[in-house]
Design a protein around this ligand. Structure first.
Ligand SMILES: Cc1cc2nc3c(=O)[nH]c(=O)nc-3n(C[C@H](O)[C@H](O)[C@H](O)COP(=O)(O)OP(=O)(O)OC[C@H]3O[C@@H](n4cnc5c(N)ncnc54)[C@H](O)[C@@H]3O)c2cc1C
Length: 397
């Protein structure tokens, strides 16, 4: 099995890379000004250009309005999309997980209302699981409740880190609907249009000096029709799991894209900057940073593509996905951290993209489940095999 980008994927991958380098890199600092009208207008213009260039929603299935790139092909394209944070929105890939979730589980009227505009980038989704009052890495503790009153769900509770809720048309809220059921069957997913009375954005939580739209959201007697339920009652965990599995491959490929960008910048800087009579590239400690980063990127890339191949063959690859989430989050953090070090003061200034990338990389060890939770889950699955008298034979995985 080769993990080189397959020949048939290279032309589209190159076109995406060129579009990002030529159209997005030069205006990233404007696009990142959340809420700024100039940024909004520029984002719209670039989205239209991406559509005109045939680069829009490449990985979304055709039946919902995407271009239907096969999963594995899209994985390689996603790696270059990851090089720039705003590229996901510019190229319409940000809605992939939510549109697949709606397509699979929403009632026809909600699919009708949201799916097409969502894939077209006319409306934005958001997803609310995490709550400020409970350790949400253990979602069985979530307190937001939804109770049926006639043909309406009545939702009460508080969420936070509902990313993008400030610009979203709706939020998918994970709420306890079956208080008597076992914990993993007690929660459901319910679609809440963001203009529903009682649903309020409390604040855009500032994170590491930025406002990125990670919102705190209150639901106070929010009433939505019964048909806003996604899938069956009590299927919240199942749907969340379906949503996150392949999503972690995409996250990890994007982190590899970020790491590649940091690596390129670090190597160029090491070759061009002179100190104590020779380029930084000649210093052994800088060479060590290049070595460590190259090794970590390559190892993580092989792990991620191996997990992607397994998923493509119908294996849920739970152990492999848990491993890449942890290794990938650390890898991208280390790569950007070392690049900043090689740049010196310029690395922490806004004159390079590195300081912004670094802050976003720090989030990676927390979102989609903190690393510790993945370590526990991976170790348990492997140990279970040994308890049963089997082994975890890497040669057979
Ligand atoms: C940038 C960003 C975007 C996010 N976007 C969203 C979103 O759109 N929607 C959404 O619902 N959520 C979102 N989240 C929230 C994220 O999913 C949660 O922060 C995460 O699940 C952890 O929950 P918590 O913050 O409540 O941490 P807690 O559950 O309180 O955990 C705190 C810490 O405890 C430790 N810990 C937890 N469990 C264990 C264990 N078993 N063993 C050892 N240590 C452990 C870990 O170090 C962990 O970091 C986002 C978070 C970030 C940072």
């Amino acid at each position: 099995m080769s993990f080189e980008v397959p020949a048939h994927v290279r032309p589209i991958r190159d076109r995406v890379r060129r579009f990002i380098e030529e159209q997005i890199y030069p205006v990233e600092s404007i696009l990142e000004r959340r809420g700024d009208p100039e940024a909004g207008a520029m984002m719209r213009r670039l989205m239209d250009e991406a559509k005109a260039a045939g680069l829009w929603a490449l990985g979304h299935p055709r039946e919902i309005g995407g271009q239907g790139l096969p999963f594995l092909d899209y994985v390689y394209v996603n790696e270059v999309i990851g090089r720039s944070e705003p590229a996901m929105v510019v190229l319409g890939t940000h809605s992939l997980q939510d549109s697949i979730m709606l397509n699979l589980h929403a009632a026809p009227e909600w699919r009708e209302r949201y799916l097409k505009p969502l894939v077209a980038g006319e409306v934005f989704p958001s997803f609310a699981m995490t709550e400020p009052e409970v350790a949400s890495s253990d979602p069985t503790q979530l307190q937001t409740s939804a109770v049926l009153d006639g043909d309406f769900w009545v939702i009460n509770g508080r969420k936070w880190f509902t990313s993008g809720a400030d610009v979203a048309a709706y939020t998918t809220v994970m709420a306890r609907t079956e208080p008597e059921a076992p914990p993993h069957q007690a929660f459901s997913m319910i679609v809440v249009p963001t203009d529903t009375p009682g649903y309020t954005i409390v604040r855009d939580v500032p994170v590491m000096g930025m406002h990125c739209g990670h919102c705190e959201v209150a639901s106070d007697h929010v009433r939505v029709p019964r048909s806003n339920l996604l899938g069956p009652r009590g299927a919240g965990f199942l749907i969340a799991q379906q949503r996150l599995g392949p999503g972690r491959i995409f996250h990890c490929m994007r982190w590899l894209g970020q790491a590649q960008r940091a690596f390129d910048l670090m190597c160029e800087r090491a070759n061009s900057r002179v100190a104590f009579g020779s380029p930084l590239a000649d210093k052994q400690q800088v060479q060590q940073m290049i070595f460590d980063t190259a090794a970590e990127i390559q190892a993580c890339r092989l792990l991620t593509l191996d997990a992607a191949h397994k998923i493509d063959q119908g294996d849920p690859a739970r152990v492999e996905i848990g491993i890449i989430k942890v290794v990938g989050a650390q890898m991208v953090h280390n790569a950007i951290d070392r690049a900043i070090q090689v740049f010196g003061a310029k690395g922490v200034s806004a004159d390079t993209p590195l300081e912004r990338m670094y802050r976003a990389a720090r989030f990676a060890r927390i979102y989609d489940g903190p690393d510790e939770v993945h370590r526990v889950s991976v170790a348990r699955q492997i140990l279970r095999a040994y308890k049963k008298g089997e082994t975890w034979d890497f040669g057979l995985r």
